[in-house]
Design a protein around this ligand. Structure first.
Ligand SMILES: Nc1ncnc2c1ncn2[C@@H]1O[C@H](COP(=O)(O)OP(=O)(O)OP(=O)(O)O)[C@@H](O)[C@H]1O
Length: 296
């Protein structure tokens, strides 16, 4: 069964479609990144998924249950993080988690276990007993993730989870989410406007813009593509061998794809042998290429 399933989902504000005929399947254990610029419709999809807003048409099912028909049941095993979290500043992390667990009906012993489990998993030991008013954005974000993970949900729905974090905080947070996905086996759907983030974390990347799905593709974590910029425009034929293909030609810059059996260094050596003067090289990947092609 699909963990999350959007079928012909649309959300209209007046004459404007924030989301239009959107289809998506998220399998159990998968990590899916919704990638798109501001206003693309990512939050709209995630808010419909968590029943914060209702679709104009179409259906959104979680574990086979229509969220609109039976939100309590559909969202029972969902951990949402969909708005910038704020907490009562005079409560500490333990008190906040305690409250959330209580609302979800956990027993005293269970609450104690949950707080210990989450505090260690999300590396919150150092600050969990300090007042949340003193937390940095990153600490608040961890506490928010801990709240959404209380009582062990199967599916995490995270709207721009690294928004507002500094580069180091972003990296740490992404690593935590990846661990939850890979080690704990939780299904994750998250939104981001950063290509690098989508590439780092997702199994599947869905590019979204103007409320529609532009592309859905498997994420290859290893890349065998690079953009090579030469001092002067080379002949495509001098660049190609049985192991090196030119897949795009933009004058001085070409995108080349190498076979798995040679390395990037081999490619550079080959160009040097041919006396082709290289000015700049950067790795690229299909997601980046497609994103720039579709969004710009
Ligand atoms: N309540 C509303 N009334 C009218 N338009 C809305 C409303 N909520 C969202 N929109 C519009 O719908 C579009 C999609 O918004 P959405 O928040 O889903 O984008 P997003 O991809 O999450 O972008 P961001 O990264 O900025 O959050 C935007 O153009 C937004 O202005």
């Amino acid at each position: 069964m699909m963990e999350l399933e959007a079928a012909n989902l649309s959300k209209k504000y007046g004459n404007f479609y924030a989301l239009q005929d959107f289809n998506l399947d998220v399998h159990k254990g998968e990590c899916v990144a919704l990638l798109g610029p501001n206003g693309a419709g990512k939050s709209t999809l995630l808010k419909i998924s968590t029943n914060i807003i209702h679709p104009t048409r179409g259906t959104l099912k979680i574990a086979g249950i229509n969220v609109q028909d039976d939100p309590m049941k559909a969202l029972e095993k969902v951990g949402p993080l969909v708005e910038l979290p704020e907490f009562y500043p005079y409560l500490n992390g333990t008190e906040i988690l305690n409250f959330v667990c209580k609302v979800k009906g956990a027993s005293k012993e269970k609450i104690k276990d949950e707080i210990e489990r989450l505090s260690s998993m999300l590396k919150m030991e150092e600050f969990i007993n300090k007042k949340s008013g003193s937390y940095s954005r990153g600490m608040k974000q961890r506490l928010a993730l801990a709240c959404s993970m209380t009582m062990d949900p199967e599916l995490l729905i995270l709207d721009e989870p690294t928004f507002g974090l500094d580069p180091r905080g972003m990296r740490e947070f992404i690593e935590i989410i990846r661990e939850i996905n890979v080690k704990e086996g939780k299904t994750v759907i998250l939104s981001t406007h950063l290509i690098s983030e989508a590439r780092e974390i997702a199994d599947k990347v869905v590019i979204i813009n103007h409320g529609t799905k532009m592309l859905e593709m498997k994420n290859e974590r290893e890349t065998n593509l690079m953009n090579v910029t030469f001092y002067s425009k080379p002949e495509a034929s001098t660049l190609e061998t049985s192991s090196i293909k030119v897949i795009e030609d933009h004058g001085n810059t070409v995108t080349i794809q190498r076979d798995e059996n040679i390395s990037n260094d081999d490619v550079i050596d080959y160009f040097r042998e041919k006396n082709l003067k290289i000015r700049w090289i950067e790795p690229t990947n299909q997601i980046e290429r497609k994103y720039l092609e579709l969004i710009n």
